[in-house]
Design a protein around this ligand. Structure first.
Ligand code: FPP
Length: 247
């Protein structure tokens, strides 16, 4: 049993799943074996998130920089992804999980795009939890594609510079259908954002853990959520202002 307070769960939880390679290297295994175990961790944490009652879970599964990894590793990751989509569709449907994908999806192999489109379409009615996979995603890419589209709308004459407010800008990001993340978890001991959500993380609480992603258990996941529940989010205000606003 855990002591999580349902009302204080982070509505949107994002995770940078790092350390698959090191997990494998520590065991003298191929890096791909680390990713395979990483995919098992994905299954475990998606299941736990749904059970606990998280509304939006976003997983940074493949960055725009990851394309530069050795060809064999990229291919293996794409295959794991496809396999994940195929094996989990039924469970997603049963658990009312809605799958979404964000990123430069056109760069993904055609088979992955097709599998994604199919899962996204079939799960579109899911209201239990939104699972978003960030694939071929880069935070700077996201901001740039938003700026490009805003500029072309401006040129077409229906958007004035003063209309470009935060809310409007957010609607041009790939994450337009998601609220900003409340909590970001990064495994493997690296303490950086690595070009994940840049705009979106402005007020996000961050939880870093040295645990490698394949070793990230349900118990530690609950620890991370408990740590979040014990924090005071001030959004730039004073502690007193926040407490008055609460009551
Ligand atoms: C980081 O570990 C992880 C990735 C680059 C890929 C994440 C992919 C998965 C967890 C599996 C497939 C995804 C799904 C959704 C089924 P790393 O290789 O950077 O680790 P290292 O820093 O120790 O080398």
């Amino acid at each position: 049993m855990h002591h999580l307070i349902k009302e204080k769960l982070p509505p949107h939880l994002a995770i940078i799943m790092d350390g698959n390679g090191r997990w494998a290297e520590k065991r003298s295994l191929d890096r791909v074996e680390g990713h395979r175990q990483g995919a098992e961790s994905v299954r475990r944490i998606v299941r736990a998130s749904r059970e606990i009652g998280i509304s939006h879970l976003t997983l940074f599964a493949f960055s725009s920089e990851n394309w530069s990894r050795p060809r064999l590793e990229v291919d293996a990751l794409m295959l794991l992804l496809r396999n994940y989509l195929e094996t989990e569709l039924q469970e997603m449907l049963e658990n009312h999980i809605r799958l979404m994908a964000i990123g430069d999806l056109a760069r993904l192999p055609q088979e992955v795009q097709t599998a994604l489109q199919e899962s996204v379409k079939k799960t579109a009615q899911g209201r239990g939890m939104t699972l978003t996979l960030a694939l071929s995603y880069g935070g700077r890419d996201d901001i740039l594609q938003a700026v490009r589209r805003i500029m072309s709308h401006g040129r077409d004459g229906n958007l004035k510079p003063e209309e470009i407010q935060e809310e409007l800008f957010s609607k041009y990001l790939w994450s337009r259908d998601l609220p900003d993340p409340d909590l970001l978890i990064r495994t493997s001991g690296e303490m950086r954002i690595s070009n994940f959500f840049l705009w979106q993380l402005a007020y996000t609480e961050i939880y870093f853990t040295p645990t490698l992603w394949p070793d990230f258990t349900r118990e530690e996941f609950i620890q991370a959520l408990l740590s979040y529940q014990n924090r005071e989010r001030r959004f730039g205000l004073t502690s007193e202002q926040v407490r008055v606003g609460d009551g």
